[in-house]
Write a protein that binds this ligand. Structure first.
Ligand code: 1GP
Length: 238
């Protein structure tokens, strides 16, 4: 049973020295072996959230994978949608992303409007999220699919004012993402500058391959760090 809203949990991490770790599951790549590995990781280290989603997924796999996770892992499940159809009522919440780093109206507001009738009928906790793509050294699926250019990694001031604009627009959380499988993660300098300009929980992900990089992101100011590809490929260095 959910005792606390997910957003309250985000804020608890924001207000404390204990930072959060999230695992991202791409439903189209979630084999039984992958799920077993995640179950075993959850028993070994403290995992706080499961994110489910991706830029290119099929709805059937999303529904099925969310139910499988729900029956095997007792953690909040948050949808991380790539499009308006990526919704499963079996999850606990959804990061309602607006791609603020881009100038593609479809990913700023179009997909969100299309998703809203379904969300309004669901029990999902909807968390308004300022989503910023930061260059991670290679072209990523999300950048290609959204037809947007990421913020350069060496322009932390652009990331900071974009995140603050999201806060001024009333968004509840900021997500800095170098994109799935990025060559390098969002730099500590960018994380720190964004953190010092906003007063919202901060999620950071993309290209993180080791616990040392997770720690660096936490130290720079991330409240929640998310890892997908390295765990999926079983190459994450604990
Ligand atoms: C992608 O931030 C997430 O949107 C996770 O990235 O798959 O590179 O860990 P990775």
């Amino acid at each position: 049973m959910k005792l606390q809203s997910i957003y309250t949990q985000f804020f608890d991490f924001y207000n404390s020295n204990h930072k959060a770790f999230a695992i991202l599951i791409d439903p189209d790549k979630c084999t039984s072996m992958h799920l077993d590995r995640i179950i075993s990781i959850c028993k070994t280290i403290k995992v706080d959230f499961i994110f489910v989603g991706g830029s290119l997924i099929s709805e059937n796999s999303l529904q099925e994978v969310v139910s499988r996770i729900k029956s095997n892992i007792d953690l909040p499940i948050l949808l991380f949608p790539g499009a308006s159809t990526h919704i499963s009522n079996d999850a606990d919440g959804i990061l309602f992303l607006s791609l603020l780093s881009g100038r593609n109206a479809d990913f700023l507001i179009g997909q969100q409007v299309l998703a809203t009738p379904t969300l309004a009928k669901s029990n999902l906790e909807v968390i308004s999220t300022a989503y910023l793509l930061i260059d991670g050294g290679k072209s990523t699926t999300v950048s290609y699919v959204s037809n947007t250019v990421p913020i350069p990694n060496d322009k932390p001031e652009i990331a900071a004012i974009t995140a603050l604009a999201g806060q001024y627009l009333g968004m509840k959380v900021v997500f800095l993402d170098a994109g799935s499988g990025a060559t390098y993660p969002v730099s500590p300098k960018t994380i720190a500058m964004v953190k010092s300009n906003i007063s919202l929980p901060l999620i950071v992900g993309g290209g993180i391959k080791s616990m040392a990089q997770v720690e660096l992101a936490w130290q720079a100011g991330a409240d929640i760090v998310v890892v997908g590809t390295a765990i999926e490929n079983d190459t994450f260095n604990f």
